[in-house]
Design a protein around this ligand. Structure first.
Ligand SMILES: [Fe+2]
Length: 583
């Protein structure tokens, strides 16, 4: 039984394939077409999924699409009548989805008649819920999906038992915690798609001085989720102006906040303006009131389900600061957030929803690692190196080493303060580099944050970098030790350890940690272990292998990034390449 999941014509387009209930591969289109958050039809991702599974499109029995144009039709019609432009946008979306069969055939280079798979439409948030629960290790769990907007809902909650999901409630347009966060991020001068996580990082520098005002922006709704103070917004009057241009460039979002917000908080911050204390306090207030609403939802969900575990999905589930507080602010004792908690994960969620909920197959898979993307053979890596400017150049030293020696020398370079690009095995699923497409440095050196930004990453100085820690050492360094394998929970670093790992410890004393298990990534685990042998510290600073682009996927992209930035060392497969005379 082969099920292909496709998130298409939407940000973070992606594909995933299941064979007899086992996930074979899952990958975002952006990794192939090199357009961050790419929308459009994920033709490269679909082709890769089929190739990796050893299938053709003729072998696929079911195609799962996380979009149901008929969901919430009453609300859609109500707003369509009030907003003609919005109605037009809706009709364009419907037209695109009706052509998905042709796009699939075109991507697979076959006639549309050859695509015999049954198509299933799964509502956006139902697919999010499925993406969180059906791949979790839990037989029973509460499940919450929270994002900007999808199929006209922004939030949905459910109870998961075995191969069933039972939806208990939802919050519909125009009320949305995701749009709230995006609107205030825009007000603070962060307009790009996906910028909300920057504002989350900024929040740690401020005090929630505007909390009372923000409690008018997001309000409780008599035990049924939350409501937005709509006078602060304009999306309910103009329509949610999210566009995915025909050229499939990065998604674009129109202004969401109203003039009333500026009357209350003052003029918006232009993107080039210096970030003042006021902006930091607004970010802190934004985060604080998001957390209040999030924990009201979660506590209410606990009261409804009494499950001890909770699974989280949707863009808001990337709020690692909130996720890390679940243990303190709710009765839940276990949390699972799959690595692609945002819209890319819909491809996996829709596929599993079809497999379990519709076709009623039993559970038999848990996603305990994130390495579901493409990998490259030693020959392909050697060929890419031979074709590169590093080959035969006196500016580089190149060695091919067995694993043990590779790990030993790499750890020595990190201890010596070098910036190391680390490219191994299958690419990560989701937006975080988790030790297969990573840039690694010494976490003990406080200056590495500035050095990384100056030489490679060019990120805003206020944004934190993340620590990877040996799973078994988590309790030694952090106040909590619940596993965080996908870097989507932030915990407080123990007071006495903050000076030991200053580079990935944020200004508020937290770290968005990745707990690294020997069983799921033995080579990365061995590298951190070797670093611990040399320094006593079982932690590396881990940031994604890229420079203002999607994370590198192919060997050639890693080599190009190494060559055009001031990275010192590239470890790719079993090759270690060092730049000579790097300044
Ligand atoms: Fe979503």
């Amino acid at each position: 039984m082969n099920v292909l999941g496709i998130n298409a014509y939407h940000g973070n387009s992606s594909a995933a394939i299941l064979c007899d209930g086992q996930l074979i591969t899952a990958v975002e289109e952006e990794r192939f077409n090199r357009v961050k958050y790419a929308a459009g039809f994920p033709q490269n991702a679909v082709r890769y999924c089929l190739e990796e599974a050893g299938l053709t499109i003729r072998d696929v029995e079911h195609v799962a699409i996380p979009r149901n144009p008929w969901a919430r039709m009453g609300t859609k019609l109500f707003y369509a009548l009030r907003m003609p432009r919005f109605a037009l946008d809706r009709s364009k979306v419907l037209t695109r989805f009706s052509g998905i069969h042709q796009d699939l055939a075109q991507a697979c280079h076959v006639d549309p008649e050859s695509v015999q798979a049954e198509q299933h439409r799964v509502e956006h948030h139902v697919a999010h819920l499925a993406s969180a629960f059906f791949v979790s290790p839990f037989d029973q769990a509460a499940v919450l999906s929270t994002d900007g907007l999808g199929d006209f809902a922004s939030t949905m909650w459910a109870s998961g038992r075995g191969n069933r999901l039972e939806v208990h409630g939802a919050v519909s347009f125009p009320h949305s915690l995701g749009l709230y966060y995006t609107a205030l991020s825009q007000y603070l001068g962060f307009w790009k798609f996906g910028d909300e996580y920057k504002v989350m990082g900024l929040a740690a520098y401020g005090e929630p001085a505007y909390q009372d005002e923000f409690r008018q922006i997001v309000k409780p709704n008599n035990g049924h989720g939350f409501r937005l103070g709509l006078n602060y917004f304009c999306h309910h009057q103009t329509g949610p102006q999210m566009s995915w241009p025909e050229s499939d460039k990065t998604p674009v979002l129109g202004q969401l906040f109203s003039p009333y917000l500026e009357q209350r908080l003052g003029k918006r911050r232009p993107p080039a303006e210096l970030i003042a204390k006021k902006h930091k306090d607004i970010a802190a207030s934004l985060q604080s009131v998001l957390e209040e609403a999030y924990f009201r939802l979660l506590n209410s969900l606990y009261q409804q389900t009494h499950h001890k575990a909770v699974c989280l999905a949707g863009g808001v589930a990337f709020n690692c600061v909130a996720n890390g507080q679940v243990f303190d602010r709710t009765p839940f004792s276990e949390v699972y957030v799959q690595p692609a908690a945002g819209d890319a994960g819909l491809a996996v969620g829709a596929a599993y929803y079809v497999y379990h909920q519709i076709l009623r197959h039993p559970r038999g898979f848990a996603m305990d690692h994130a390495y579901w993307g493409p990998q490259f053979t030693p020959e392909a890596i050697r060929q890419a190196l031979n074709d590169s400017a590093t080959n035969g150049s006196s500016g580089f030293s190149r060695q091919e080493l067995p694993n043990e020696e590779l790990v030993r020398l790499t750890a020595q370079h990190i201890v010596a303060g070098k910036i190391v690009g680390w490219f191994q095995g299958r690419a990560e699923w989701g937006p975080r580099a988790l030790g297969n497409r990573s840039i690694l440095v010494d976490p003990r050196r406080a200056e590495m944050k500035e050095v990384l930004n100056r030489r490679i990453k060019h990120r805003e100085a206020f944004r934190p970098f993340a620590p990877s820690i040996l799973e078994e050492a988590t309790a030694e360094y952090f106040e909590l030790s619940h596993p965080s394998p996908f870097m989507n929970l932030a915990y407080s670093v123990k007071l006495e350890k903050r000076a030991k790992i200053p580079a990935p410890t944020h200004v508020d004393g937290t770290g968005r940690l990745q707990t690294v298990s020997r069983s799921t990534n033995p080579l990365y685990w061995a590298l951190i272990k070797e670093f611990q042998k040399l320094t006593g510290v079982p932690v590396l600073l881990n940031t994604s292998f890229n420079d203002n682009e999607p994370i590198v996927l192919q060997p050639q992209e890693a080599i190009d990034c190494f060559l055009r930035t001031k990275m010192d060392v590239l470890v790719i497969g079993n090759h270690l390449i060092e730049k000579r005379n790097q300044t």
